[in-house]
Design a protein. Structure first.
Length: 346
């Protein structure tokens, strides 16, 4: 899995950064790949991977994007402002690498919260998490968190009881405001950028995750209106594009798209309006998948869908990676709902 993570820059992103037509980009990539010049290195699994070998669709690593920019630099002519192009590509790579790094940190925080939120309490319209859960969410030690709390209390902006922290059954709890103050104090004492960024991201990531957890508490089954609202959101999120093939609906190619529930609506009712449980695919793939598993009335999960994609679209490495990430997220959410699921699926 780690191998796939390096390849995340699409042909479209590179073409936009280089201000090139896709056809010209294909020619440049082919020249690089077939070059006999020993000074040029452009290898599969290092600089790029195929999403679809037959269609010559590729996804590039950071090294691959820079290799393309360097090649254009060497072949530059008067019609190209190569300095501008090279700067654009480098900025693109840096932006995507940073985005990927932050997403990885945020995913780590989300997973930690899902595993360590059993103490979640709502009181006076504020959300509270216990000292022990907060220790685990920050991935620190109890002594370190206690030290940070004491330092804040002797600072110019101490935590306020009832707003930032509270004692519930003789246990100290922290609100979102309390988490924000702890994150600043903890980050200030750290040297490693990854750990510092992790602590700084906690108060940003935790509130929406907690909202998701509370939304998963099945006080009521999602209504059809909730499901339709989630469908509309997914439609915009996926930009009316099939997340497997990349095909989109436009004036020329009026393909039929479907919103597919990775965990089916009938047996996993409480996930039916969960946007992470819905994915945009072509109607053709949707119908073929349900036929493959035995019909639309057959219970299906994301595991079934992953097996289908690995069987018929095994070159879609980035899609498979995305589905495994989605699977982990949804499984964590389901763990909060086990007592509400059918026994056969628990």
């Amino acid at each position: 899995m780690q191998e796939y993570i390096r390849f995340f820059i699409t042909e479209q992103e590179i073409a936009i950064a280089l201000k090139l037509e896709r056809k010209l980009l294909d020619e440049i990539v082919s020249d690089l790949e077939l070059s006999l010049d020993s000074s040029i290195e452009f290898k599969e699994y290092i600089h790029f991977r195929y999403l679809n070998r037959k269609l010559q669709e590729r996804i590039f690593s950071q090294e691959g994007a820079l290799a393309i920019a360097s090649y254009i630099d060497n072949k530059s002519n008067d019609s190209m402002n190569i300095e501008e192009v090279l700067t654009s590509v480098i900025e693109l790579v840096e932006k995507l690498v940073e985005k990927h790094r932050i997403n990885r940190i945020d995913n780590s925080i989300r997973q930690t919260v899902y595993h360590n939120s059993s103490s979640l309490t709502v009181m006076r319209e504020l959300h509270w998490l216990s000292f022990k859960d907060v220790v685990k969410i920050f991935q620190t030690k109890e002594s370190k968190l206690e030290e940070s709390f004491k330092n804040i209390q002797i600072s110019d902006d101490p935590m306020k009881k009832g707003e930032d922290y509270e004692h519930i059954s003789a246990v100290r709890y922290f609100s979102f405001r309390g988490l924000a103050k702890l994150s600043i104090e903890l980050a200030a004492s750290l040297y490693k950028k990854e750990r510092k960024d992790y602590c700084q991201r906690v108060p940003i990531v935790v509130p929406p995750v907690v909202s998701d957890l509370l939304a998963l508490t099945p006080s009521e089954i999602p209504s059809q209106k909730d499901i339709e609202s989630a469908m509309r959101y997914v439609n915009k999120r996926d930009k009316e594009r099939c997340q497997i093939t990349g095909k989109s609906r436009d004036k020329i190619d009026k393909i039929d798209l479907a919103r597919h529930h990775l965990f089916d609506q009938k047996n996993y009712t409480y996930l039916s309006a969960e946007i992470d449980n819905i994915i945009t695919i072509t109607r053709e793939i949707h119908d073929d998948f349900h036929l493959w598993i035995g019909g639309t009335d057959k219970t299906c999960t994301i595991d079934d869908f992953i097996r289908y994609i690995e069987t018929f679209y095994n070159q879609r490495h980035s899609v498979i990676l995305m589905l495994y990430d989605r699977r982990q997220l949804l499984r964590l959410k389901l763990s909060q709902l086990q007592r509400y699921l059918p026994e056969s699926n628990s």
